[in-house]
Design a protein around this ligand. Structure first.
Ligand code: ATP
Ligand code: MG
Length: 568
């Protein structure tokens, strides 16, 4: 490894490097990614996954995958499986280190008993509302619970009976006895156990008391021998409690909790709670809707693991919260697909072109390059014949100044084919253009004229009798507001849902090589963007494509600026 690549890239890697140099944890590095299986993973999780698995890889350590499953009401094996699949797909491996916090329930219970025995935890009969009221605020100290002075024996007995199922949900909790006057609200006798009479997806009816996040998380880290417990900033205020619990329980392994800023993206919501609302209310088609930022959604949209990993690398890891422009994510995808996506021709909004001097009974095959970025991808044959389709907006009857594409009397190049000239426009009764009558120059086969005359535009096309009809889905951001749910939305993120986030085009015509393209495969439709074959709705002969990301649209920029620059 060169000096350059050895230099830590962020403050967390700096800490780990220093710890290793100092021989802390005997030089071991053990991280973990701890999702709660109550929803699908999203791009924010990918940041944490890349960080935790990345650090383990770089320091010769290991990263555990742990399901942080301590709430029977929201967790589901469907989510467990999806989490496992998604992390594998992203390209990370936990070897045999897949764990479940729910496997630690016995140990955690033992820890709780230990705290009671030490006089560091007590059973409290206040209701949830009362506990909140007693907790005080940032400016006001809390009030001690009237149940705080129960004897150790009484606490042990009540906790035993809680566990035995003698009490209804919400009637009692186990709380840590710390300090109701602490400036840190998390230290004001936090709840450690609550009664929930509900079967757990893995433990069935074995338990009716469940540990809270705080009681579960640090102790699970310690049980697994985690060295660096990396989490997001909102847990910074929980760190004193994390440390307190490990110390008071007396656990031998004390992982170091380090917090970093979570990923926020413009025009996106990321919390599982909000994503669940979108899914449950049918505002998107599911967790894998190509518009949502779940790994599933991104994958169906055409994102590659490489693009996501490169994005996570580029955004880096910092200590201050910020919002990343979604354009960067798109940029990373474009950059990756540019290298690997075969180029093809697809006409999204077709208008018929008839080449009057090309015989009706003739057709020929022309050579087309598969990827100018990668010679090894070779070339293919594309059929050419008398009747073609081109994009409706590649023709203007009355072209504006900087418009160099097809117009009456004007010549353009058909990509990989010939120069054609528009001779005549055929319209229907409503004045809509239905057909362009053109002529071609047989001398320009392949797209070059022996007399050296220039054309200013090259457009894509397909042969009408060979083309395959296709459905194409175009996407925009799911929200119109860069920060959905802010004041402009009166706090309701659903207000800025973008009504145009999905546009379905039914009458598209794509080149014949795409008829049986494999689901999930990715193409560049020349001049139109990167598209992938939908993994759910596409069928052989009836392909459905999702636009993954657009190409930069130079013409749109010129139109925006009022036309200062020539078209490419
Ligand atoms: P959400 O708030 O989206 O529902 P969560 O934090 O409740 O997410 P968990 O399953 O608990 O979801 O998250 C697992 C891990 O992923 C945690 O360590 C968490 O800190 C991290 N994580 C979650 N969201 C982000 C994000 N936006 N950026 C970075 N890391 C994240
Ligand atoms: Mg969480």
């Amino acid at each position: 490894m060169s000096e350059e690549t050895k230099r830590p890239r962020d403050f967390i890697r700096e800490i780990v490097t220093a710890d290793c140099a100092a021989g802390k944890n005997a030089g071991r590095v053990v991280t973990r990614f701890p999702p709660e299986p109550n929803g699908y993973l999203h791009i924010g999780h990918a940041k944490s996954i890349c960080l935790n698995f990345g650090i383990a890889q770089e320091f010769g350590g290991v990263c555990h995958l742990r399901m942080d499953d301590s709430n029977p009401l929201t967790e589901d094996p469907e989510y467990v499986q999806a989490i496992i699949d998604d992390i594998r797909w992203l390209g990370f491996d936990w070897k045999d280190k897949l764990f479940y916090a729910s496997d630690y329930y016995e140990k955690l219970h033992e820890f709780a008993v230990r705290l009671i025995e030490k006089g560091k935890a007590y059973v409290c009969d206040l209701s949830a509302d009362e506990i909140r009221e007693y907790r005080g605020t940032l400016t006001q100290p809390g009030k001690e619970s009237p149940y705080r002075n129960r004897s150790i024996e009484e606490n042990l007995d009540l906790f035993r009976r809680m566990r035995a199922g003698e009490f209804p949900d919400g009637s009692r909790v186990l709380r840590a006895m710390i300090d109701m006057a602490s400036p840190n609200l998390n230290m004001r006798d936090p709840v450690l156990y609550r009664i929930i009479h509900a079967p757990h997806y893995r433990r069935g009816d074995a338990w009716c008391v469940y540990p809270t996040y705080d009681m579960t998380h640090g102790q699970s880290d310690s049980i697994e021998g985690i060295t660096h417990s990396i989490c997001t900033l909102e847990f910074e205020d929980h760190r004193p409690l994390y440390d307190w619990l490990i110390d008071e329980i007396g656990l031998p392994c004390h992982p170091q909790q380090i917090e970093f800023a979570r990923l926020n993206l413009t025009y996106t919501v990321m919390s599982k709670r909000k994503l669940l609302i979108l899914v449950d209310e049918g505002l998107v088609s599911g967790w894998d809707d190509p518009r949502v930022p779940t790994i599933r959604g991104l994958r169906r949209r055409g994102y590659t693991p490489e693009a996501i990993r490169s994005f996570c690398e580029r955004i880096g890891v910092a200590k201050a919260n910020s919002v990343v422009d979604i354009a960067l994510l798109e940029h990373c995808l474009r950059e990756d697909l540019n290298k690997r996506a075969p180029r093809v021709m697809a006409v999204l909004d077709p208008v018929r072109v008839v080449i009057e001097n090309y015989p009706a009974d003739r057709f020929e095959e022309l050579d087309a390059v598969n990827n100018p970025e990668d010679e090894a991808m070779g070339s293919r044959k594309i059929p050419f014949s008398r009747v073609l389709y081109i994009e409706r907006d590649d023709f203007r009857e009355d072209p504006p100044k900087k418009f160099f594409r097809l117009a009456p009397g004007r010549e353009v190049r058909l990509r990989y084919a010939y120069y054609i000239r528009c001779e005549r426009v055929v319209k229907d009764a409503r004045g809509e253009v239905v057909e362009l009558r053109c002529t071609y120059d047989p001398e320009t086969r392949g797209g070059w004229s022996p007399d050296g005359r220039k054309v200013k535009a090259t457009i894509h096309w397909v042969s009408a009798s060979h083309a395959v009809p296709a459905e194409v889905r175009l996407y925009e951001h799911l929200f119109t507001n860069p920060n959905p749910g802010d004041e402009a939305d009166d706090g309701d993120f659903k207000r800025s849902l973008n009504p145009n986030s999905l546009r379905v085009l039914k009458g598209c015509q794509v080149e014949p090589s795409l008829a049986s393209a494999a689901p999930g495969s990715i193409f560049q439709f020349e001049r139109k963007g990167y598209f992938c074959v939908d993994t759910k709705d596409s069928a052989p002969g009836k392909p459905v494509f999702n636009r993954s990301v657009t190409l930069k649209d130079i013409w749109a920029r010129i139109e925006q600026k009022g036309g200062a620059q020539a078209e490419e």
